[in-house]
Design a binder for this molecule. Structure first.
Ligand code: NOJ
Length: 738
């Protein structure tokens, strides 16, 4: 019999934030206030209303606990004054907003932030966002989005960290730390909201809001870890998701919100629904009507209702009818009041109305946004080392619909970023080169090919062509899913026509998701991929094209050859007929071939085994050599730490940074295990020609997973370990756990 090592579910990232004052004091103040509240006032606290609604009178009567989508500090102070000075108990309003990748200074979209593999810059981005948003009075953001997303058709891949649970953990925790700062009550601290709990990224077919079928084991192994890690790191709030998992809409799932979140994980923060996700349980056919949906949501463990108004309208009757208890309401209100006390809102409800404009776009914010955009760009191809552009390249053609698209380079959920402050690639490149600008197409979906000939004519007189293609901001994000992922409009035709000029072609893709760009890569010498890079994207890209900065980003999602391959992710469970290295493709099959399956393995006849590019992939202007990769033992016991050492040498001409990745495979498990799993990564900076001896430390306990008996264990046996520059290269080093 195999002996398993049962592990206590210790906090992976128990770094925690501090509360203001001590928690006994907060609890005392919560109880004192709660004891004075009428039922109507309690219900009011559980109600969140959006800007655009006439809520002043409701606030005065104690009918609103939180508002969203109001960002003007004057207006926020006015609302706060009504709550604090004119309502009976003077409970401050909690002002919230989707501050997803920056408030005024917009950082790359979260998928781009994940491409940096640099939690420090991501944390800094969240800190900048918090400083700018809290200056307006926004103390709660609906971020980070922790939905593991493995299907690029889903528009919301833009908003998360991609397909890998571990990268999701690291980036999620970095954002929580950045938003919430050192002390919740500091006026620059903004409560994070981890969302969408849970499984929303697994929408069938990559179609937003769609159903999901995720086993409990897959939830625990893949979809929960980032939520758990952020809860351990002190995330103050959590949002339920729109979708159902195995028939249960999250907003009404008591197992999820009470048994797992509260009981198992000990979450003492506040749970909010997504926008009308309580009401949408009626559309799901899970609740009979709005009243029933309020009952289900509260019983499941929801504290605050975003925009269904079901709590406001029906809690009183639900209590009268005995369908809800006063204890259930009190628990929810406690969670809400605790949050408000923790944020110091009672002591400090107002903002200095001039501060918001003073801190917006501060030079250090712009510098951090630029650094993040530099680190997030991924070099996918560089034939003939066409990049960085050589010194003798003076005159360039800048073309394509994304070259000068200040609004679109901000990406999805950039409500408060202003295009006037955006530096586009065209503007930045004009400072460096003799630029001929001929857009060719005017927006990403433009299929009017008449402008292409002007771009081709202009290409004839230049040293190199830089073509900016991709997606408008509105083509990704919530409710913006696609069934095919090629470049929209005539963008591929533009690249192909430029190719025919024989000039060096540098293609820069600015998009909200991984697109299927195989033919565009074939028609380009170099390809740089920039998930919408935000305010400073233009300067960042100019630095990368000229070689002032060297690309270091890596893919946070697998790039597909064709949308029909989705979902496709590197860390999939092993199949019974895995890749054996032989592919019989469509045109290899003889006519009237007899039916056969023997010898065939898991691949597509038209696109083969592989994706276009693997997770973790990204080139540099230099080259790196990995050598002497070794582990300290061949056999470990459960309490050991695996020490992995390696040499990394920069064998090229540029000082650069490599994202070194450590993957593990558990060869035999009580359930089928992933082919590989990312366990650690590190950005290693090296001067040209420099070597470094580096190490990773990986506790054996990090090999634990939820096994056949739904226990969190390290199962003894054989493992493989890789240290490499992406998920598809490197040699396995085997070891055992006994
Ligand atoms: C719906 C989205 O799903 C969620 O992510 C967002 O925070 C809310 N709307 C509020 O805007």
């Amino acid at each position: 019999m195999r002996i398993k090592y049962l592990l206590p579910l210790v906090a992976m990232f128990a770094i925690g934030c501090t509360t203001s004052g001590n928690s006994d004091d907060v609890d005392r103040r919560v109880e004192e206030l709660l004891s004075q509240m009428t039922l109507q006032e309690k219900i009011g606290q559980m109600n969140q209303v959006s800007g655009g609604y006439q809520f002043s009178d409701m606030i005065r009567e104690g009918g609103v606990g939180s508002i969203l989508n109001v960002v003007d500090p004057v207006e926020i102070n006015a609302v706060q004054r009504i709550a604090v000075e004119e309502s009976r108990l003077g409970i401050p309003i909690l002002v919230s907003r989707d501050v997803i990748h920056g408030f005024r200074t917009i950082f790359p979209i979260p998928l781009g932030m994940a491409s940096t593999f640099d939690p420090a810059i991501v944390e800094q981005g969240a800190r900048v966002a918090a400083i700018e948003a809290t200056a307006s009075g926004v103390r709660w953001t609906f971020s980070p989005m922790l939905d593991v997303a493995r299907d690029p058709r889903w528009g919301r891949v833009a908003e998360g960290s991609g397909e890998d649970p571990y990268l999701d953990v690291v980036m999620g925790v970095a954002m929580v730390k950045g938003y919430q700062g050192e002390d919740y009550a500091d006026p620059t601290s903004m409560a994070a909201c981890v969302k969408h709990f849970v499984g929303y990224g697994a929408a069938e077919g990559g179609r937003d809001y769609n159903t999901t079928m995720i086993s409990e084991r897959a939830l625990r192994n893949t979809y929960f870890p980032a939520f758990k890690a952020c809860v351990d790191a002190g995330a103050l709030t959590l949002m339920t998701s729109f979708n159902d998992v195995d028939g249960l809409p999250s907003t009404g799932n008591e197992w999820l919100l009470s048994d797992v979140l509260r009981e198992e994980w000990g979450f003492d923060g506040m749970v909010v629904t997504d926008w009308n996700s309580a009401g949408e349980m009626v559309s799901h056919g899970f609740a009979e009507d709005l009243k029933h949906s309020a009952e289900l949501a509260i019983k499941a463990g929801v504290d605050m209702d975003m925009m269904s108004f079901g709590f406001l309208q029906h809690i009183e009757a639900l209590i009268d009818e005995g369908r809800l208890s006063m204890n259930q309401i009190d628990d929810a209100v406690r969670n809400i009041l605790r949050l408000k006390f923790r944020l110091g809102l009672f002591d400090n409800p107002y903002v200095d109305e001039s501060l918001a404009r003073e801190v917006a776009y501060a030079p250090e914010h712009l510098a951090a946004a630029k650094q993040c955009a530099v680190e997030s760009a991924i070099l996918l191809q560089n034939r003939g080392e066409v990049l960085p552009l050589r010194d003798d390249v003076r005159k360039i053609l800048v073309t394509g619909p994304m070259a000068d698209a200040p609004f679109d380079q901000l990406g999805t959920w950039a409500f408060d970023g202003e295009e006037a402050y955006t530096v586009t690639p065209l503007a930045a490149l004009r400072k460096e080169f003799d630029v001929v600008y001929e857009p060719g197409l005017f927006f990403s979906r433009d299929s009017d090919t008449r402008g292409i000939s002007a771009a081709v004519r202009a290409a004839k007189g230049v040293d190199a062509v830089v073509v900016f293609v991709g997606e408008e901001a509105i083509l990704s994000g919530e409710a913006h899913c696609l069934s095919q992922l090629n470049l929209q409009g005539a963008q591929s035709e533009l690249i192909a026509a430029l190719r025919a000029t024989g000039k060096p072609i540098v293609t820069v893709v600015i998009a909200g998701r991984p697109l299927t760009i195989e033919r565009d890569m074939a028609n380009s010498d170099a390809v740089l991929y920039s998930f919408q890079p935000g305010t400073m994207g233009g300067e960042a890209i100019a630095d990368l094209l000229t070689g002032r900065a060297v690309p270091s980003g890596k893919l946070p999602m697998t790039f597909l050859r064709d949308a029909g391959q989705a979902p496709f992710y590197y860390n999939h469970p092993m199949t019974g007929r895995p890749n054996n290295g032989t592919e019989t493709l469509l045109n290899d099959i003889p006519l009237k071939a007899g039916q056969t399956s023997l010898g065939c393995t898991s691949y597509y006849l038209d696109s083969g085994y592989g994706p276009l590019l693997p997770f973790g992939y990204g080139l540099s202007y230099t080259t790196f050599e990995y050598s002497d990769i070794a582990i300290d033992k061949s056999c470990y016991s459960p309490n050991d730490t695996i020490v992995v050492e390696y040499n990394l040498t920069n064998t090229g001409k540029y000082d650069a940074t490599e994202v070194v990745q450590l993957y593990v495979r558990d060869y035999v498990g009580s359930v089928v295990r992933p082919v590989k799993e990312l366990k650690r990564f590190e950005r290693v900076e090296l001067k040209a020609g420099e070597s470094k001896h580096c190490r990773f430390e990986l506790p054996v306990s990090d090999l634990a997973f939820w096994n056949r008996d739904m226990e969190y264990v390290v199962e003894p046996g054989k493992f493989g370990l890789w240290v490499a520059g992406d998920s598809a290269t490197g040699e396995a080093i085997d070891f055992e756990v006994r």
